[in-house]
Design a protein around this ligand. Sequence first.
Ligand SMILES: Nc1ccn([C@@H]2O[C@H](COP(=O)(O)OP(=O)(O)OP(=O)(O)O)[C@@H](O)[C@H]2O)c(=O)n1
Ligand SMILES: C[C@](O)(CO)[C@H](O)COP(=O)(O)O
Length: 221
Amino acid sequence: MKVAALIPAAGSGTRLGLGPKAFVEVVGVSLLARSVAALAPHVDEVVVALPEGWTLPADVPARAIVGGQTRQDSVRLLLEATHAEVVLVHDAARPFLPAEVVRAVRAAAQAVGAATAALPVADTLVRASGEPPETGQTWGELTPREGLWAVQTPQGFRRGVLREAHARARADAHAATDDAGLVARLGGPVALVPGDARLFKVTTPGDLALATALAAVWDAR
Ligand SMILES: Nc1ccn([C@@H]2O[C@H](COP(=O)(O)OP(=O)(O)OP(=O)(O)O)[C@@H](O)[C@H]2O)c(=O)n1
Ligand SMILES: C[C@](O)(CO)[C@H](O)COP(=O)(O)O
């Protein structure tokens, strides 16, 4: 059974503020190169969605397409660019991807049809309320965290399952923040596979500082 890694990397990195985020380097290696290196040994091919006008560095073992306006568009275009039976969708912005998570998501996707890495929420959760001018947002309503998981990538799918979910979302003009949610929206089962704290998404300058510190340990493994 052919397996492809699909890497949405076409974002502009607005919150980080350093240009297209996939090309930002952590200790000399880009987020994209780190994500591709983590997935390539586990799959038959790696396909990456890049911002228009950007090219894949020669030492990154992948095939590139031009991404879309949103992450959801980029993943839909990636799905059209492969014939693999199973796909692993992984954010370029999550560079520290343990091999055991890749293996577990792949196995669950093959067994169930859809699976995602995720972690049980460990913090107290509250919905913020209002925007008072001087103090900012205030405590609104406490949200019980029991049973809540924070969703990561990789997310694995039988390709037909995810194609159908994207087609239906497009027909309904439905936007979602991830791909497993599109499958769940149609009533399909999605397995939750234990992720990893190191698999955080590099989103803000604070995350980049954390990534730089972690890279020293990660690269010495
Ligand atoms: N049109 C888009 C938007 C996002 N992504 C990718 O989806 C992943 C998660 O998106 P995010 O972390 O939000 O990245 P950006 O969109 O670049 O960040 P920002 O929202 O701060 O601009 C990233 O690997 C990003 O490159 C993509 O392929 N195509
Ligand atoms: C797919 C994702 O990483 C799962 O947590 C997340 O939803 C991406 O969100 P973003 O706003 O596109 O970064």
